[in-house]
Design a protein around this ligand. Sequence first.
Ligand code: NDP
Ligand code: 8X3
Length: 256
Amino acid sequence: MTSLKNKIVLITGASSGIGLSSAHAFAKKGAKLILAARRIDRLNALALNLKKDYRSETLVLKLDVTIESKVSNAIEKLPAKWKSIDILLNNAGLSRGLDKLHEGSIKDWDEMINTNVKGLLYVSRAVIPFMVKQNSGHIINIGSIAGHEVYPKGNVYCATKHAVDAITKGMRMDLFDTDIRVTTIDPGMAETEFSTVRFRGNVNKAKAVYTGIKPLLPEDVADAVIYAATRPQNVVVAEMILLPNKQASSIVVHRN
Ligand code: NDP
Ligand code: 8X3
């Protein structure tokens, strides 16, 4: 098993959902955490909780992953003792809208592409050179079942997650001669703020997504992340698709 004690873990999108649950799970294992997102108040509250619950050392980073100059600057300016990141959890992401392509909002498309694809690339481009220099590290991307299948009106969101799948495979090939590991964890329906963000605060519409099914909890996804991160160094969990029971594919869902 790989111990996570004192490992430095950078989590993007740590202010909510899967990122927040992963922060707790890594902290419980004794990791030191760089918590990144745009909502700094939430990150500060999380850092306090982690300190209280696990005596964790954390660094809070206000970061919008869509702004390349800010990303590279933030990573470059990390204090020396935080620079050697052991695990990068590329989790920040979102969906906006659920529309037929020819009726979709270009602003929504830009936001999804800028966050889920370009944001993940910017953070990876900034962090991986340090990993290559130290010849160790683990990149864990949060993809999606939507990176394996397309569902009606999911067009651009699915495209961004297919891109994450391609980028993950590319990363693994480009790093194959190093000791760096690359993983993608690809969940199906997980109840987080994801659907509230997708439907711009329409809570009823968001709740309806999970009606009659027991979705994944963000803790379930965090569990899978920890599983991948703690395998022995000779083992790479390349890809893990995680579905709630009674979801057989993006659109085949049995609801009570
Ligand atoms: P949440 O909405 O609960 O969390 C999303 C996180 O991403 C927030 O912490 C948010 O932080 C962060 N984020 C969004 N945009 C940016 C940005 N520009 N810069 C920095 N951080 C950003 O949703 P989930 O936890 O569900 O989503 C996490 C990941 O899981 C996403 O990549 C999503 O696509 C993926 N996923 C989710 C599934 C689900 O059903 N929930 C299933 C499969 C995959 P802030 O707003 O503070 O910046
Ligand atoms: C999130 C899961 O099915 O809503 O990636 O696209 S889904």
